[in-house]
Design a protein around this ligand. Structure first.
Ligand code: BGC
Length: 348
């Protein structure tokens, strides 16, 4: 039973281990089909983030899953052969008021756990156990593109919260959205924006290649760098770079009544000089909301599944820019030019 493991807090401890039995717990035994790699995995590999399960030093990595059910009890609602994705976050056992109603994405006390990230083994193993309560069935017609469900759930939550905030104004009718960063989260945010009929603008450092081409394919406008945006003042911004300077720029350019959603986990940057008095005034006078959004609950996975079903299959397949066979798994964690979403294909 091969599994990709790391020692959280120890840089470059990534390795392939032979485990005695599949990691995890739960009533479903799942065979891995694909695993997506994201920036959070790279942070964990660098030793900056992540936590092993209690009493252990190593953590099975991976939280963007796609698997096939091998074994399921009759009462679980799942059958052998079903294609599934695991929900990343588990509610805290206390539970806090949010976790108690299934909104573990809003966990208020921080005692939640996350597969492959925080105190729960991940999905980077040939087989794993998963509780049926934390599994989402996916349409087999999506093929490998279903591995995009987890990142899409993050974006579905961001959009749900933008909508809820927007409706504080009775006449709210946004027309334009700016997405900063054309990685998987940014591209999926642009996909959902285009499905809403908005005028979509996407800015990224990459001026040529796959990213601007994927943006154009959505009918959206690509920009190469913040200065290329000129006087653009969008009604909504979905910030997906996590870069402090970009976040500050969008807070200054958002239209009155606008909403800025921050989704990127950035690093500290005390060097950015901000006149917060000035910014404070413009946010107040413009009725502007800036909010952060992380993780997703089951409702968001369902909304994400609907968005992926409505998307162009060819476009989704292009977002998965590199497929690494299990035998060469380590290459999936190397960053290459023109990478968008890199996945490991198990059994290859
Ligand atoms: C995952 C989320 C998780 C977050 C913080 C992201 O990469 O997609 O599910 O909540 O990291 O750990």
């Amino acid at each position: 039973m091969q599994a990709i493991t790391v020692l959280p807090g120890v840089a470059d401890s990534l390795r392939l281990e032979n485990l005695q039995q599949p990691p995890g717990h739960g009533d479903l035994l799942v065979e891995a089909v694909a695993l997506g790699v994201c920036g959070t995995d790279l942070e964990i590999i660098a030793g900056h983030y992540g936590q092993a399960p209690p009493g252990r030093e190593q953590l099975v990595l991976g939280h963007e899953s796609l698997g096939r059910v091998l074994r399921a009890p009759g009462s679980s609602g799942f059958d052998a052969g079903d294609m599934v994705v695991g929900i990343v976050r588990h509610p805290d056992p206390q539970p806090c008021p949010d976790c108690a109603i299934g909104e573990w994405d809003m966990c208020g006390n921080g005692f939640y756990t996350e597969h492959g990230i925080k105190a729960l083994d991940g999905f980077g193993a040939e087989q794993f156990f998963l509780p049926s309560a934390m599994a989402v069935k996916v349409d087999p017609a999506l093929g490998l593109a279903a591995v995009l469900l987890e990142p899409a759930s993050i974006v579905a939550k961001a959009w749900e919260h933008v909508d809820r905030i927007g409706h504080r104004a009775l006449a709210w009718q946004p027309r334009s959205v700016l997405v900063t960063g054309a990685g998987p989260i940014g591209l999926l945010a642009a996909l959902m924006a285009s499905q809403r009929g908005l005028d979509v603008h996407v800015v990224d450092r990459n001026t040529t290649g796959l990213k601007p081409s994927l943006v154009r394919q959505l009918g959206a406008t690509p920009y190469d760098g913040m200065s290329a945006l000129g006087a653009l003042a969008p009604d909504i911004v979905i910030e997906c770079t996590g870069a402090g300077a970009v976040a500050l720029d969008v807070m200054r350019r958002i239209a009155p009544g606008g909403i800025v959603c921050l989704t990127g986990v950035g690093v500290d940057n005390p060097a950015i000089g901000v006149d917060f008095g000035h910014l404070n005034r413009s946010l107040v006078l413009g009725n502007i909301v800036v909010f952060g959004s992380v993780n997703a609950n089951r409702r968001h996975y369902q909304a994400a599944a609907a968005a992926l079903d409505r998307a162009d299959r060819g476009w989704l397949d292009r977002v998965i820019s590199r497929r690494v066979p299990q035998a060469r798994w380590r290459e999936a964690f190397e960053r290459r030019r023109d990478d968008v979403k890199v996945i490991i294909e198990f059994g290859k």
